[in-house]
Design a protein around this ligand. Sequence first.
Ligand SMILES: NC(=O)c1ccc[n+]([C@@H]2O[C@H](COP(=O)([O-])OP(=O)(O)OC[C@H]3O[C@@H](n4cnc5c(N)ncnc54)[C@H](O)[C@@H]3O)[C@@H](O)[C@H]2O)c1
Length: 390
Amino acid sequence: MKSARSSSNNCRIAVVGVHGYGASHVDRVARLAESGQVVFAAVADPRPDEGNPSLAGIPAYGDLTELLAAEDVDIVIVSTPIHTHVDLAEQALRAGADVLLEKPPAPTLSDFRRLENVVADTGQICQVGFQSMGSFAVRALVEFIDTGRLGEIEAVGGVGAWVRTQSYWQRTPWAGRRELDGRQVLDGAVTNPFAHAVVTALRLAGAQRVEDVVSVETELFRANPIEADDTSVVRIRTAGGPPVVLALTLCASEVRKPSLVVRGSAGSARLSYVEDLLEITIDGSTERTSFEREDLLVNLIEHRADPSVPLLSSLSSTGAFECVVEAVRQAKPPAPIADQHVVWVRDPQAPGDDRPIVTDVEQWLGKAVDSVALFSEIGAPWAVDQPAEV
Ligand SMILES: NC(=O)c1ccc[n+]([C@@H]2O[C@H](COP(=O)([O-])OP(=O)(O)OC[C@H]3O[C@@H](n4cnc5c(N)ncnc54)[C@H](O)[C@@H]3O)[C@@H](O)[C@H]2O)c1
């Protein structure tokens, strides 16, 4: 365990999980190391490197245990499958490192609580990789809501319409699973691909901690042959804040940028959290502003060196999100969408890599958000057209 936190330019960083999304962490740490801001200490992954130039000369280990036994590290970035997050983060924290943990932090609320306890026990820092929390657009909108100029906030909504082909679900054994080998995974639209939409919408509604969520209702469906959901709606009642509704699909006709809407009695705001764009409409006039974002690793490094720098995505600030994960976990398994509501699209350039489109899904997502309603309440055909439960 280190007695004092090292300053940014000798901060030693390790990356656990170097393939898939981990490759972007590897590249970022390599760039920071090249510019002398940090030391790229080591990586751990059971799968060997496949020639990533950013990893040349970096000590590589088969797992985190070996890495921690051999290397002195200040920050461990965990970018591994969801069901490994909590064990690896705990191991790193207990070894005296701070952690940047990929989202979703934990597949169950009890795992999340366990990790919160480890953070409290060790006094180490855990930042969660919700990069939208680094967006100045989100902060600007939260501040604008607080001025009262949107009036009373009636609801926060989010529509997510993306496209995923079969290779997405086949890329890794945990993709699209709710459980794997007896472990909770929860890799569905709500809890993973659209996790940023969920956590950001909750932030706009003032809900960050577990205690900020009163209830979560879910309607989970799937058009793909997977275990998890790909077309879902969740409605969250927040303590003291507006209701939040998210209507999400990975079976859209085309990819659209996800957007969040804050509806107030005096105006509305639309946030594109992937583009850091904010549109505020009051009295029929719209002001559009584009923002920058801060990198969460850099923020963690700065916060370690100077605790007066706020941590942008602390573990405890993702507690409200974890309530949604828990509700999805406790919900009955996603219901298959009947064949008559799904069209399968074939790409001649990628034989076998088909994708489903749920008929008119965009229209129903918009309607759910506009009316703060679940699919069954607005009569979405696939939700109404379900076999009776026996
Ligand atoms: N923040 C974002 O925008 C974003 C985007 C994509 C993925 N993610 C998250 O990143 C994480 C990884 O996702 P992915 O799609 O790259 O997964 P993946 O399965 O493609 O890659 C995971 C990597 O971790 C390695 N690994 C597995 N178990 C390990 C262990 N015990 N120790 C060390 N390494 C191990 C694998 O060999 C692989 O290299 C997930 O939590 C995912 O939700 C975040």
